[in-house]
Write a protein that binds this ligand. Structure first.
Ligand code: KG4
Ligand code: ZN
Length: 336
C-alpha cells in the first residue's frame, strides 16, 4: 500500500511516498528556518504563507523524483496536530483536496504518532515498545502495545527538552533552532566537565520530566561567572547541559522499562538527533537485555515519511473530510 504523507505542522513543508509504512520511495523536506531565523523563532503567520507558497512545487518535485504518479497512491495521510493551526490548515486542506479530486482515502495523523512511527521506517520493529519522544514542544515516554495505541507514561511538567535546548543555545548566542548548534558546539569539546559546571539530573518521584530547573541552572552559572569566562567556557557548559539531558532521558526510560517490563526501546523527535542522547542510548540499551531502534537522522526532525508511515498503520481508520486541525494534543490515543 502506497501512502502519500503531508506534513506542515511547524516550519518544514514536507511530502513523502512510503510503501507499507516502512519503505520510503520519495521524501522531500523544505525547511523555512532561514526565513524565520532573524526573529529568533518561528513566526506562525509567515510559516503558513510559506507552506502555501511551497507545497505545490514540492509535490511536483516529489513525483518527478520517483516512478509513481498520483494515481498510484492508495491513501493520503496528513498531520492534523499538534502544531501551528494556520500551518496545519495548509497541509490539511491540501490533503483533503487531493483526496477528493483523485478519490483517495484520507487519514488524519497525530504528528507525535508520526514521530514514533519514524522508527518503523527501514526496520522490522514491532510493538510492544517504549518510546522516548522529545521534540520542540513535547517530551514524553510513550508505551505502545500496538501500532496505533499510544499510552503516555510520562511528560514534562514545564519546558520540553527541545525548548530547553533552544533557550540555552540562545543564551550562548547560537542561532535558531539552537538544538543542533548546541550539539555541534558540545561535541567539539574534548575536555571533561569540571565539578563546578555539573548540573543535577532532576528526578521527580513520578516518571515525569522537568527541564526548567536545568535551564535556570545554566542561566545562574552565566550570571555567576560573568561574560568573559562564559565565552571561554561555554563549550564545556554546553557539553554538561547536553549530557544532563541525555542522562535524564536514559534514567527515565530505564525506570519506565522496569515499571512496564518492556525492553524494546526507541527514540523519536528532533532531540533524538542529539549525539549525546543517541550515544547514551546505544551504550545503555544497545547490549543484552534490551532491543534498541533509533530513527535515522533525517527522520528524527519533522518529515512526511513518518506521517505516511503512521497513516499506513492507521489505514483502517480513515477520516471524514470535515476533520479539524488542533494546536495541542487532544487525546493520548491515536485511534478513534
Ligand atoms: O521534532 P521536531 O523537528 O519538531 C517538533 O515537532 O517540535 O523538533 C524540533 C526540536 C527543536 O527544539 C530543535 O532544537 C531540536 O528538536 N533539535 C535538537 C537537535 N536537532 C533538533 N536538539 C538537540 N540536538 C540536536 N541535534
Ligand atoms: Zn515534530
Amino acid at each position: 500500500m502506497l501512502v502519500l504523507g503531508v506534513e506542515t505542522s511547524c516550519d518544514e513543508t514536507a511530502l513523502a511516498i512510503v510503501e507499507d509504512g516502512r519503505k520510503v520511495h520519495a521524501n522531500k523536506v523544505l525547511s523555512q528556518i532561514a526565513k524565520h531565523k532573524d526573529w529568533g523563532g518561528v513566526i506562525p503567520e509567515l510559516a503558513s504563507r510559506l507552506h502555501l507558497e511551497a507545497i505545490n512545487d514540492l509535490m511536483a518535485e516529489l513525483f518527478k523524483d520517483c516512478d509513481y504518479q498520483i494515481e498510484d497512491i492508495d491513501a493520503i495521510a496528513v498531520s492534523s496536530g499538534p502544531g501551528l493551526v494556520g500551518s496545519l490548515m495548509v497541509g490539511a486542506n491540501f490533503a483533503k483536496v487531493l483526496a477528493w479530486i483523485y478519490g483517495k482515502d484520507l487519514i488524519e495523523v497525530n504528528h507525535l504518532h508520526g514521530h514514533v512511527c519514524a522508527n518503523f521506517i527501514d526496520s522490522d520493529l514491532e510493538p510492544p515498545l517504549l518510546c522516548m519522544l522529545a521534540s520542540g514542544g513535547h517530551t514524553q515516554i510513550i508505551e505502545m502495545q500496538s501500532y496505533t495505541k499510544m499510552n503516555i507514561l510520562a511528560e514534562t511538567v514545564d519546558d520540553a527538552a527541545g525548548e530547553a535546548f533552544d533557550k540555552v543555545a540562545r543564551l550562548m548566542g547560537l542561532p535558531y533552532p539552537g538544538g543542533p548548534h548546541l550539539d555541534k558546539l558540545a561535541s567539539s569539546c574534548e575536555a571533561e566537565v569540571p565539578a563546578e559546571y555539573k548540573f543535577p539530573v532532576a528526578m521527580p518521584k513520578s516518571l515525569n520530566f522537568s527541564f526548567s530547573g536545568l535551564k535556570t541552572a545554566v542561566l545562574r552559572v552565566k550570571e555567576k561567572i560573568g561574560d568573559e569566562v562564559w565565552e571561554r567556557d561555554k563549550v564545556v557548559i554546553a557539553k554538561s547541559f547536553q549530557q544532563t539531558v541525555a542522562q535524564t532521558f536514559y534514567r527515565k526510560t530505564l525506570a519506565a522499562s522496569e515499571e512496564t517490563g518492556i525492553t524494546k526501546i526507541v527514540l523519536a523527535g528532533g532531540v533524538s538527533a542529539n549525539s549525546a542522547v543517541r550515544a547514551i542510548f546505544h551504550d545503555k540499551f544497545g547490549g543484552e537485555g534490551f532491543e534498541l531502534v533509533v530513527p535515522s537522522l533525517k527522520y528524527c526532525t519533522d518529515n512526511a515519511a513518518m506521517v505516511a508511515s503512521a497513516g499506513y498503520f492507521k489505514r483502517s481508520d480513515t477520516s471524514e473530510f470535515s476533520f479539524e486541525v488542533y494546536s495541542r494534543v487532544k487525546t493520548a490515543s491515536v485511534s478513534k
